[in-house]
Design a protein around this ligand. Sequence first.
Ligand SMILES: Cc1cc2nc3c(=O)[nH]c(=O)nc-3n(C[C@H](O)[C@H](O)[C@H](O)COP(=O)(O)OP(=O)(O)OC[C@H]3O[C@@H](n4cnc5c(N)ncnc54)[C@H](O)[C@@H]3O)c2cc1C
Length: 466
Amino acid sequence: MVDLTRRFDVLVIGGGNAALCAAISARRAGASVLVLEGAPKFYRGGNTRHTRNMRCAHDEATEILTGPYTEEEFWKDLLLVTGGQTDEELARFMIHESKDILNWIVEQGVRWQPSLGGTLSLGRTNSFFLGGGRAMLNALYRTAEELGVDVLYDAEVIDLRIEDGMFLSAQLKQPVNGKTEVRASTLVAAAGGFEANIEWLKEYWGEAADNFLIRGTPYNRGAILKMLLARGVQQIGDPTQCHAVAIDARAPKFDGGIITRHDSVVFGIVVNKHAERFYDEGEDIWPKRYAIWGRLVAAQPDQIAYIIFDSTVVTSFMPTLFPPIAGATIAELAGKLELDPAALEKTITEFNAAVQPGTFDHTILDDCRTEGLTPPKTHWARKIETPPYLAYPVRPGITFTYLGTRVNKQSRILMKDGKPSANMFAAGEIMAGNVLGKGYAAGMGMTIGSVFGRVAGREAAKNARN
Ligand SMILES: Cc1cc2nc3c(=O)[nH]c(=O)nc-3n(C[C@H](O)[C@H](O)[C@H](O)COP(=O)(O)OP(=O)(O)OC[C@H]3O[C@@H](n4cnc5c(N)ncnc54)[C@H](O)[C@@H]3O)c2cc1C
């Protein structure tokens, strides 16, 4: 039984990677810590449950990582994917700290495994969790509990008392015990983004948001973020910016996870509901482009698109949870997809006619391209001509949003007037926008959570002692 009448040194709201890193780090620094996870125990861990890998800088190859990935290279990758929309001081701090995280996370019970084969080729830059995100979380929860961190599940925080930038207490709502006021000397907000709050997404995306699928937890509804912003916390990030990929349109509304993602775009063409192509499917290698397709599909009518390919490439990409839809002819396939058969035949005929001879190699920017076609397919263009013809319907799959709370290098929340909060810290998705103004490089969600979670816990414990 957790004694909720006492005043804790550190209250952590959230139950994913950022929250657990903060809780463990605060406890190791001598603080009493309470973690409030809004989800039931079985669903604990938010989006972290779905993860596989984390990006950390390192100066040489390890048993797990195939080669060095220096701080400078990490920084250049971040600059590239964000187009410079990042806080350089915070980003460089995170990258530097990430080096230490590789070992620190192991000290908390997490195990690594070598890179999994597949589509993103991350063996040098990313370490993979043995057993995936759930196993990683189980290790962190086990360590936290062994250290004496108190954890409550089904523990949704529905209100925060904050006065002049100072956290006083949180209102907790539980299914059986109802509402309780929880007091603590410091707060670590690690409650994720607002990606599962369709109504909030609609404020920026309009009715289109009804057609978005949410890849992760339904519990990240952004309530804590909203409360903080309403109580004088400085906002960071563009509310429309998020990580979004193309996922199978047949996936569940929430929590479909990684197996609903499609990596077949470069092997075919992508058309909208008018059977028209709308973007260069061969613009760059897939690991650098997979994260733009969610937004591209979101911009299409009814937020639906179809990846079309033929039987020659079915073994070229990761097997998918949902089987492709097949047709012996283009017209038959179009019928099954409810597309205009004549329009799809025209698109494919024009595409095939534009394909130039070349040597196909999907691991490099090869010379298989179209000529005289708008939009072009600049690499990996091969004729679609061998039946059966195949298709995956795709919709925007939102991974996480970037709107967040402004923080400094202590993970301390900054108020609207620029002053640091007296006792509030934030880590993970809820402050990801400090580093990710836009764009994404695989494995960074976990870097942001681990680095800033660890710092937030340590600083909150220090703050509570003073
Ligand atoms: C399918 C999928 C695959 C991914 N793969 C990777 C990957 O391989 N590598 C990578 O780096 N990133 C990946 N990501 C992104 C990654 O999951 C996140 O960046 C990271 O897990 C965020 O950690 P977090 O602790 O900030 O949030 P989360 O892990 O989402 O945790 C937020 C927590 O807050 C709780 N919460 C929310 N509101 C309240 C409230 N009011 N009261 C109490 N609790 C509340 C939630 O229940 C949840 O436990 C993936 C995401 C998805 C969806």
